[in-house]
Design a protein around this ligand. Structure first.
Ligand code: ZN
Ligand code: ZN
Length: 131
């Protein structure tokens, strides 16, 4: 009996270690997939209006108007440039003009399951001028 146990105990220990490793690996991959599902929340790595780099958690203030087939988005600015201040100018990515404090940028939003693609159409001034 003694000899049998000396063989079985290391085998059982080995199996337990393998199970623990598998659990750890599964937990790890679960966390990383959770991280990727968080990514669509990050709107821009830099502000489209003032070009300021945005840290994690800093978001560009925008309002989404869902529509079919395309959704429209109003972009106000990031924490650096909105509310409007004299230190950081908000520049329209289309006409390159400085935005008035009451101006906003209008964009078309393509909502996809993995990522929202935003196509900037122009600011209140240059976008409405065309129509
Ligand atoms: Zn900004
Ligand atoms: Zn413009």
């Amino acid at each position: 009996m003694y000899n049998v146990f000396t063989f079985i105990v290391p085998i059982i220990t080995g199996i337990i270690v393998i199970i623990l490793l598998l659990l750890l690996l599964r937990k790890g991959s679960g966390e990383s997939s959770g991280r990727t599902s968080m990514q669509p929340q990050v709107f821009h790595t830099s502000c489209p209006l003032c070009g300021s780099g945005l840290e994690k958690g800093q978001r560009v203030k925008s309002v989404l108007f869902k529509g079919v087939p395309d959704s429209m988005m109003e972009i106000y600015g990031c924490p650096h440039c909105y509310p409007p201040n004299k230190n950081i100018k908000r520049i329209c990515p289309v006409c390159k003009e400085e935005l008035d404090p009451e101006s906003i940028v209008i964009a078309r939003a393509f909502l996809k399951p993995d990522k929202t693609h935003v196509h900037v159409l122009g600011c209140s001034t240059c976008y409405r001028r065309k129509y």
